[in-house]
Design a binder for this molecule. Structure first.
Ligand SMILES: NC(=O)c1ccc[n+]([C@@H]2O[C@H](COP(=O)([O-])OP(=O)(O)OC[C@H]3O[C@@H](n4cnc5c(N)ncnc54)[C@H](O)[C@@H]3O)[C@@H](O)[C@H]2O)c1
Length: 674
């Protein structure tokens, strides 16, 4: 059977051969055994509803065994044996080009070079699922291969509810992931719902088919580390002159693996701890980290030497980050910048490994002794914070990296009491989040966010052309850019000019470029024009990470620099996805849970296929404008000064835009009223 026929077939009518369990690739840890015996029967009944009756007797024990062994029913037998990767768009059987583009994006998210646990359909972050099982994947590919541009595919947490009649300007796919009644949104509710096969954790770009491999995060991490280093250099110039900053952090996984590369680009010495030797080795082989060290006794002198000799280098410590922090504190090493990118959005199921236990012992404990594991994680977090506090007392600037580190550590009882009074209305942890100090005021408040695109031809020459066009747009904008966004535009221009040379493509021919509303729109229009002229050979898929200006309400991350008390509201993210859906998105998605954990965030995204048509020019203008300015208007209403300036400028450019502006009141008047 050809690849095309296999896609069109959906669920095969006869049982496929069981593919071998591949031990050479990274597999998801065994999930918590949370279901009661009755619930296990329900989970099995749920799984079997995808199959005709005559297969039930054979599949039931097989699926029950998967549940027992892995904690989930992945339906491994149905994992396709053809290679999984983003093919050029014409290779997908389709009746509508938009659907073909979505198939390409889905296969990219499951490509073993791209995905973290490809056989469990997890793209990144430990639990960021594209689908819950392989049968959902097969059904979706079939629906997409047969859908017309007058139908919409409805996705409930990985499950395709079906194709419904719609119209040409409607999204082709509407995705919801992990949407639950708010009172049922605790981590164990996810474990239960996911084990029952009724919900999934879509992370951000995993369940929304918009992951583009590690480069997606390199750009964001680079501008964060770059600006953190600038902050330190600026504040401490007199004290330490041209001293090269030392940056210590943890995690060499899916996204955290970008830290050492970003450290090198930002010109610092970086040390990243990683407990999983396979993950550390992978990053080393890819050239994302320069050195691997397994022994703290030889690592500490190597750090001292690099700092003294001002050598920009990235080192990995293959071990537990708590051991690293404690040793740095004991040895009185001066650390300038500190952070952490372990997967603490998922603390009890493999996101964080407690100190004092081997990697394997932790994996066993989390499945077999979850309560003991939880205590070990919490004790480890308390020790980690204690060591960080000692270094911070000596001048280290520590920031939370959007992984719920401060949140989970505070829940574990770590000492995170602010050392000075927090600003009114600010989250009152001892350390800021990277959004409070860096990403929020410099980027999100002005509309800069992780815009991205994928060339559906799969041809690197198209990507090269798109890089050039994007650089030309930014160069033009820079000529007249206001002072407050000049620096950001210049950094982004530098990024896009260097992007091709940095060899960042893994999987599809994709590019990320932080851009604001004006930049995103102008770049997209330039692409559409180039497709029209034939300068770019095939359609382009536009999209973004959900880690953005408008798409995400996340009180300890994307919206942690909202100080009017509305950081726990999710109107912005919900409005965003609704607004995108009727302004021209090809697909939209809204998720519970993302980088910071189930129940902690609502985030949404979109994909838009542009094919050179005038209709696409219209969609670009309509949708990208809303997709960014929604968030700027909300941030402006929260009295964020950068956003107030940005939205005023937008109102001057766009007379139809009328945003409600806040009036600022003197503190003295407020204080005298009580
Ligand atoms: N701020 C941002 O822009 C941003 C971006 C990406 C990811 N995140 C968050 O960062 C976290 C990491 O994302 P990821 O995709 O890299 O996840 P991941 O699970 O692929 O990687 C985390 C890594 O941390 C390692 N680790 C866990 N505990 C450790 C310990 N005690 N010591 C040393 N290493 C340890 C794990 O082995 C793993 O490789 C997530 O919570 C994610 O949501 C934030």
């Amino acid at each position: 059977m050809t690849f095309q026929e296999e896609l069109q077939q959906g669920i095969p009518s006869t049982l496929p051969e069981m593919p071998a369990y591949d031990t050479t690739i990274n597999h998801a840890p065994k999930r918590k055994d949370i279901l009661t015996p009755d619930e296990k029967r329900l989970a099995l009944r749920n799984a079997l509803r995808y199959f005709p009756k005559h297969l039930h007797a054979q599949l039931a024990p097989e699926f029950a065994e998967e549940m027992r062994k892995y904690g989930r029913i992945y339906m491994y037998r149905y994992r396709p044996t053809y290679p999984m990767y983003a093919r050029p768009i014409d290779e997908y059987p389709h009746r509508c080009i938009q659907a073909a583009a979505i198939m390409m994006m889905i296969q990219n998210n499951l490509d073993p070079r791209v995905a973290q646990h490809p056989h469990e359909l997890i793209t990144y972050g430990g639990n960021g699922a594209v689908f819950q099982n392989w049968v959902q994947y097969r059904l979706v590919m079939r629906y997409l291969s047969e859908m017309t541009d007058e139908q919409t595919l409805v996705m409930y947490s990985g499950h395709p509810l079906g194709l419904f009649p719609s119209h040409k300007n409607a999204p082709r796919v509407v995705v919801t992931n992990g949407m639950v009644i708010p009172n049922y949104s605790k981590p164990d509710d996810w474990e239960r719902d996911n084990a029952l096969g009724v919900s999934q954790y879509g992370q951000m770009t995993a369940g929304s088919y918009m992951y583009i491999g590690p480069q997606g995060i390199v750009h964001g991490t680079t501008i964060t580390v770059l600006n953190a280093a600038r902050k330190i250099r600026g504040e401490r110039k007199d004290e330490r002159g041209e001293r090269i900053p030392l940056f210590v952090t943890a995690g060499l996984g899916g996204m955290s693996g970008a830290q050492p590369k970003a450290g090198n680009i930002a010109g610092v010495v970086s040390v990243t701890a990683e407990i999983n030797p396979k993950a550390a080795q992978k990053r080393f082989e890819q050239g994302w980290v320069d050195e691997l060290h397994e022994n703290l006794d030889e690592l500490i002198p190597a750090i001292k030497e690099a700092v003294t000799e001002k050598k920009v280098v990235s080192m990995a410590y293959v071990g537990n980050v708590v051991d690293l922090w404690e040793r740095l504190a004991d040895k009185d090493i001066h650390v300038d910048l500190g952070s952490d990118q372990t997967s603490l959005h998922n603390p009890w199921a493999g996101g964080y490994y407690p100190v004092g236990y081997s990697f394997e012992e932790s994996q066993r404990m989390m499945a077999e002794e979850p309560e003991r594991f939880k205590e070990a994680v919490q004790a480890s977090l308390r020790r980690q914070v204690a060591a960080i506090n000692r270094l911070a007392d000596r001048g280290m600037y520590f920031f939370d990296y959007g992984n719920a580190f401060l949140l989970e550590a505070s829940r574990a009882g770590a000492d995170l009491t602010p050392t000075n009074l927090p600003q009114q209305g600010k989250a009152s942890f001892r350390y800021p989040s990277y959004v409070q100090d860096i990403m929020g005021p410099l980027f999100f408040d002005y509309g800069f966010g992780p815009f991205r695109w994928v060339c559906s031809s799969g041809d690197p020459r198209d990507l090269e052309t798109s890089d050039r066009l994007a650089a030309e747009v930014l160069e033009e904008m820079l000529k007249t850019a206001p002072d407050d966004i000049h620096g950001q535009l210049a950094d982004n221009l530098h990024w896009i000019k260097e992007a091709g040379k940095n060899n960042l493509v893994v999987g599809s021919q994709a590019r990320i470029l932080y851009a604001d509303a004006e930049g995103r729109t102008k770049i997209a229009l330039a692409f559409n024009e180039a497709i029209r002229r034939g300068e770019i050979s095939k359609p382009i898929v536009l999209g973004r990470d959900h880690h953005d200006v408008s798409g995400t309400d996340s009180p300890f991350r994307e919206t942690s620099n909202i100080y009017d008390g509305s950081q726990f509201c999710a109107d912005m993210a919900v409005q965003n996805v609704i607004g995108d859906s009727f302004r021209g998105a090809t697909w939209v998605s809204i998720h519970n849970g993302g980088g910071v954990g189930w129940g902690e965030v609502i985030n949404g995204g979109f994909g838009m296929v542009i094919d050179g048509s005038e209709a696409c020019d219209h969609r670009i203008r309509q949708m990208l404008f809303w997709d960014v300015n929604n968030g700027i208007a909300r941030r402006s209403w929260a009295r964020n000064s950068g956003s107030m300036d940005a939205i005023r400028r937008e109102m001057e450019r766009t007379p139809e835009l009328k945003v409600t502006m806040p009036n600022l009141v003197d503190d003295a008047i407020i204080n005298s009223a009580f």
